[in-house]
Design a protein around this ligand. Structure first.
Ligand SMILES: Cc1ncc(COP(=O)(O)O)c(C=O)c1O
Length: 450
C-alpha cells in the first residue's frame, strides 16, 4: 500500500509552519455543546489545540485548517491498515445495505469470531463487545466468578479502561504512589469509589518475586496486565517474566488476563501472546481488531467463556457484534497477514533507527524503545524503561514541546510518547517524518525547551 497523493493541502516538509487556528476556534465554539469540545478526556489538553479533522486517507489526516498531517495517533492505535482502507469501506457499505442492528445473530459475526479464534492462540471461545473498557470488565467478572475470590492485581502504568475498579495508578505522580515495592493505589478520577482494600492490589510490573509473594496469600482472583506495557510506553517484558507469571498464576489458582487492547493484532496476528509464546486464561482485544470500527473481544479458555452461557455470568451490550462493524472486522482480520507485520517491521525499524540517529547527532538524551508496530520515545532516559517508575523519569515538558513543534511541521504524534505505525506509512512518509523530527529537535533546542 502506498501513501495517497497530494490534494493541495498545506503539507509536511514545506518550510512554512502549519497553523491550527481553525481547530482552536472550533473547539472553543463546540465547547458550548460538548464538554471541553471533545468526547473523551484523552483528547483534551493537547498542544497547541485538540484538532478538528475533516477526513483521513492512508497515513494522512486532513484538518479543518486545510493541513495535511502524517498521523501517528492512528485513532489512538486501531488504524493498523491506515485511514480509510478500501477493503474495509467496501465491506461496510455492502453490509449496511442489509440493515443496521437486529438484536439477533448474523453469519458475519460468526465469521469474525471464527477468524479471531483461528488467529489468537488462547482463543478457544470468545464474545464480542463494544470497547476495551467493557471487555476488561467482563474479564474481571469472569475471573471472580470462576475463582470465588474478589481481589485483582493490576500494575502501575497499565491501563484497562476508565471504569471505577481499574482506573487506578495508570499515570500516578511517583510522590503520591509511595514505595516502588508496595505502591499505594492512586485514583485516576474524582468521583471514583475510593475503597479498594477488598478488591485491588497494585504492584510494579516486571517484578516476578513481588508478584509471586503476593499471589501466595491465595486470595487473588486475577492478574490483569498488558503483556507488553504499551499504554504508558512500549516496554518489553523482561526475559522469562511472562512465563514466570503464567506459572505462578497456575500454581496459586489465579486467572491470568492479558489485556491485548493495544498489542492484539498489532504486534503479531495473534498479539503479544503469539509473539512471546505465553498463553493467558483470558485475554481482551479492541483497537486494531477492526481498524477503527467500535469492536472489542474477550477470548480465552472454553470452560471460562462458557460461564457466559451456562455459568450464570452476565455479559451484555445492545451494540455488541453490530453487523457493519462485524463486516469491517472480517475485512480487517483477513488483511492481517504475516507479510503485513514484516513490512511494518521494516518501516517501523527505519523510523526508530532514524530518530535515534537524529537524537544522537543533535545531542538529545532519549530512548526509542518498543516494537516497530508501536514504539515509544522518552526524553531524558539513558536506557529502556523496565516499569512505570522508570518511565516517570522522562522529561515530559520537553517532549510536549517536541510534539508541538512536530505538529507545526505536519507530523501528529501522541504527547505521551507512543508512536503507532500502519502499513500505509511507506518509505517516503518515513523520510518526511524524519525531516520533521530533525527540524522539531532544532527548534526546541533553539527555544531552550530541552
Ligand atoms: C491496554 C488498554 N486496555 C483497555 C483500553 C480501553 O479501551 P477503550 O478505550 O476501547 O475502552 C485501552 C484504551 O486505550 C488500552 O490501551
Amino acid at each position: 500500500m502506498t501513501a495517497s497523493g497530494n490534494t493541495g493541502a498545506h503539507e509536511t516538509g514545506t518550510s512554512q509552519l502549519l497553523s491550527f487556528d481553525g481547530s482552536a476556534e472550533a473547539i472553543r465554539r463546540n465547547s458550548q455543546w460538548m464538554a471541553g469540545g471533545v468526547n473523551s478526556n484523552f483528547r483534551l489538553n493537547i498542544s497547541p489545540t485538540p484538532l478538528v479533522i475533516e477526513r483521513g486517507e492512508g497515513p494522512y489526516l486532513y484538518d479543518i485548517d486545510g493541513n495535511r498531517l502524517i498521523d501517528y495517533y492512528l485513532g489512538m492505535g486501531p488504524m493498523i491498515l491506515g485511514h480509510n482502507p478500501a477493503a474495509l469501506t467496501e465491506a461496510a457499505k455492502t453490509q449496511i445495505e442489509h440493515g443496521i442492528l437486529f438484536g439477533g445473530q448474523t453469519q458475519v459475526e460468526a465469521e469474525a469470531a471464527r477468524l479471531v479464534c483461528e488467529m489468537v492462540p488462547s482463543a478457544e471461545r470468545m464474545r464480542f463487545g463494544g470497547s476495551g473498557s467493557e471487555v476488561d470488565q467482563a474479564a474481571i467478572r469472569l475471573a471472580r466468578a470462576a475463582t470465588g475470590r474478589k481481589k485483582i492485581i493490576k500494575f502501575e502504568g497499565h491501563y484497562h479502561g476508565w471504569f471505577d475498579n481499574v482506573l487506578w495508578s495508570t499515570a500516578p505522580a511517583p510522590e503520591a504512589a509511595g514505595p516502588r515495592e508496595a505502591p499505594a493505589p492512586v485514583a485516576g478520577s474524582k468521583g471514583q469509589l475510593t475503597d479498594t482494600s477488598d478488591t485491588l492490589v497494585v504492584l510494579p510490573w516486571n517484578d516476578l518475586d513481588l508478584l509471586d509473594a503476593r499471589l501466595a496469600k491465595g486470595d487473588i482472583a486475577a492478574v490483569i496486565m498488558e503483556a507488553a506495557m504499551c499504554n504508558a510506553g512500549a516496554v518489553h517484558p523482561l526475559p522469562g517474566y511472562l512465563e514466570g507469571v503464567r506459572e505462578a498464576c497456575t500454581r496459586h489458582g489465579t486467572i491470568l488476563i492479558f489485556d491485548e487492547v493495544i498489542t492484539g493484532f498489532r504486534l503479531a496476528p495473534g498479539g503479544a501472546q503469539e509473539l512471546f509464546g505465553v498463553t493467558p486464561d483470558i485475554s481482551t482485544f479492541g483497537k486494531a481488531i477492526a481498524n477503527g470500527f467500535p469492536v472489542a473481544a474477550i477470548v480465552g479458555r472454553a470452560d471460562l467463556l462458557d460461564m457466559f452461557s451456562t455459568g450464570g455470568v452476565v455479559h451484555g451490550g445492545t451494540y455488541n457484534a453490530q453487523p457493519i462493524a462485524m463486516a469491517a472486522t472480517v475485512a480487517t482480520l483477513k488483511s492481517l497477514q504475516p507479510a503485513l507485520y514484516e513490512e511494518i517491521g521494516v518501516t517501523g525499524t527505519k523510523l526508530m533507527d532514524g530518530m535515534r540517529a537524529i537524537f544522537e547527532r543533535q545531542g538529545i538524551r532519549a530512548v526509542v524503545e518498543g516494537f516497530p508496530q508501536i514504539f515509544h520515545v522518552a526524553f531524558g532516559l539513558d536506557q529502556p524503561a523496565r516499569d512505570y517508575r522508570d518511565l516517570a523519569l522522562m522529561n515530559r515538558q520537553a517532549y510536549v514541546a517536541f510534539t508541538t513543534a512536530l505538529l507545526h511541521r505536519g507530523v501528529r504524534a501522541l504527547e505521551r510518547g507512543a508512536w503507532f505505525m500502519s502499513i500505509a506509512h511507506d518509505d517516503a512518509v518515513i523520510e518526511r517524518t524524519l525531516e520533521a523530527v530533525d527540524g522539531a529537535v532544532s527548534q526546541i533546542k533553539a527555544d531552550g525547551a530541552i
